[in-house]
Design a protein around this ligand. Structure first.
Ligand code: SF4
Ligand code: SF4
Length: 293
């Protein structure tokens, strides 16, 4: 099958950039570092990371017939009200997936036989690895994916598809290929979770503890520097924290979150929480953790 030259107006779909990587097994070094991360227990309670490991390393086990991985960058804004920037609106999983489905419709019309599956941080896919391989950026010492043009406030959406593909026109070569190793993220981490370059221990990470962990955080809001959902200390310290115009869906709760006081959170009933934040990623943490009940 000959290579298809993929031409997409990614901006029309709300994405800042896109790139294409060949769907093949991930590199041995990436595999080893992930396995080490798991064997050290640094994934904390995120047991799902240890499941389907082979699929994580080989997209053709996830999507039979996979030939290419298309990667898209979606911009989000700054934190407010102690809530991470990516959670200031609707759940990003759904927002990005909806937009990837629209991209796939366009690709199906252009490329006969095109089939694909979209993934957004919800299946065993190494999104950051693919975004790097697609030529969109690099990984910073704070473990964030960084685009030299757009910085680190992007979420990665991926389409694994069945056609051999290249981007058209080809992506411009990266002007910069590493973060610069200034060390500011390591100094800024309040909990010691980021214990060395690229070395994150999720068991101590405020972001993990306030979002993913099944147990409520054992620290006070003050000890967490006011972080109720997420933590951006290692992002904010980074010179690659560039301001971006977020997708509008990522902003729909910003005003109310910014206005909410500790008393408002403490007085929020579960029914009210469910109603007000029905479409929000805050539900990942749940009512109890957010309100301290
Ligand atoms: S998110 Fe917060 S706690 Fe986690 S590594 Fe970054 S600065 Fe440290
Ligand atoms: S803060 Fe400095 S060391 Fe950390 S990721 Fe950013 S540029 Fe790299």
């Amino acid at each position: 099958m000959s290579t298809n030259l993929i031409k997409i107006d990614e901006r029309a779909h709300g994405f800042l950039d896109f790139g294409v990587a060949k769907a093949e097994s991930v590199t041995e070094s990436r595999r080893r570092s992930f396995e080490q991360f798991l064997s050290d227990g640094r994934n904390a309670g995120m047991d799902y990371l240890a499941r389907n490991v082979d699929k994580r390393f080989d997209p053709s086990l996830l999507v039979p017939g996979a030939r290419s991985v298309l990667c898209f960058l979606a911009p989000y804004g700054q934190a407010s009200g102690g809530v991470a920037g990516f959670a200031q609106g609707a759940d990003y999983h759904k927002v990005i997936k909806d937009r990837l489905f629209a991209v796939m419709q366009e690709l199906k019309a252009q490329y006969p036989g095109f089939e694909g599956r979209p993934f957004v941080d919800s299946a065993p896919v190494l999104e950051r690895f693919w975004a790097v391989k697609a030529g969109l950026g690099f990984i910073g010492q704070n473990n964030f994916f960084i685009s030299p043009q757009h910085g680190l406030r992007t979420l990665i959406g991926v389409i694994v598809c069945n056609i051999p593909a290249e981007r058209f026109p080809p992506h411009a070569p990266l002007a910069v290929t590493d973060c610069g190793a200034c060390g500011a993220c390591l100094k800024a981490c309040p909990s010691g979770a980021l214990r060395a370059p690229f070395d994150l221990d999720a068991r101590k990470c405020i972001s993990y503890l306030t979002i993913e962990s099944d147990d409520p955080p054992q620290t006070s809001l003050d000890e967490r520097r006011g972080w109720r959902f997420g933590c951006e200390e290692c992002m904010r310290a980074c010179p690659w924290d560039l301001p971006l115009a977020p997708l509008p869906e990522f902003e729909t709760h910003r005003t109310e979150l910014a206005a909410m006081t500790d008393e408002d959170w403490a007085g929020l009933s579960e029914a009210e929480f469910d109603e007000r934040f029905a479409d929000s990623g805050l539900r990942r943490a749940g009512y109890g953790k957010l309100t301290g009940r």
